[in-house]
Design a protein around this ligand. Structure first.
Ligand code: FES
Ligand code: FES
Length: 174
């Protein structure tokens, strides 16, 4: 089935078996192996990508459902060959060990930061009109991304640094 995916700004026309997951289309048809396959059934978040501005698990979506959609993978987080502030903070805070979950963590956190900036509440929000940037709030929002190495403190610290830079208007934003 012909399917058009715009991935990291590049438009691709694929001829796919309609049963192909978005994850397999990215990895096996487009060679974008940064997006990882952990559980392949929606439990770990390693396959997180951003579709039309919203993070999803690519293993739970059929590629044909995303015909003509805009997709961002971990390979698309850099801007002009420079790491994003979030990526730099992951390095600074040791937000990874084996690195297997890291692409999903980075993509998920990138979209999560936009959700926070847009004022979306979460299950952990005390104030629904103005979500706080607490550790509990971030942990809840990132709870779909598992890290078997237990790098959660570094991951949360990296995200908090981006939020603090937002507030300080230092230019360290996205
Ligand atoms: Fe998709 Fe685990 S590989 S959630
Ligand atoms: Fe190893 Fe997260 S860094 S699973």
């Amino acid at each position: 089935m012909p399917t058009v995916l715009t991935v990291n700004g590049a438009r691709h026309t694929l001829d796919l078996d309609p049963r192909t997951s978005l994850l397999d289309a990215l990895r096996h048809h487009l060679g974008l192996t940064g997006t990882k396959k952990g559980c392949d059934h929606g439990q770990c978040g390693a396959c997180t990508v951003i579709v039309n501005g919203v993070r999803i698990n690519a293993c739970l979506a059929l590629a044909v459902m995303h015909d003509e959609d805009e997709i961002t993978t971990v390979e698309g987080l850099e801007a002009e060959a420079a790491l994003s502030p979030l990526q730099r903070n992951f390095i600074r805070h040791d937000g990874f060990q084996c690195g297997y979950c890291t692409p999903g963590q980075l993509v998920s956190a990138t979209a999560m930061l936009d959700e926070l900036r847009d004022g979306w509440p979460s299950h952990a929000s005390d104030n629904l009109s103005e979500p706080q940037h607490t550790r509990a709030e971030i942990a809840e929002r990132m709870s779909g991304n598992l890290c078997r190495c237990g790098c959660y403190p570094g991951i949360v610290a990296a995200i908090q640094d981006v939020l603090e830079a937002d507030e300080g208007l230092t230019g360290e934003t996205r």
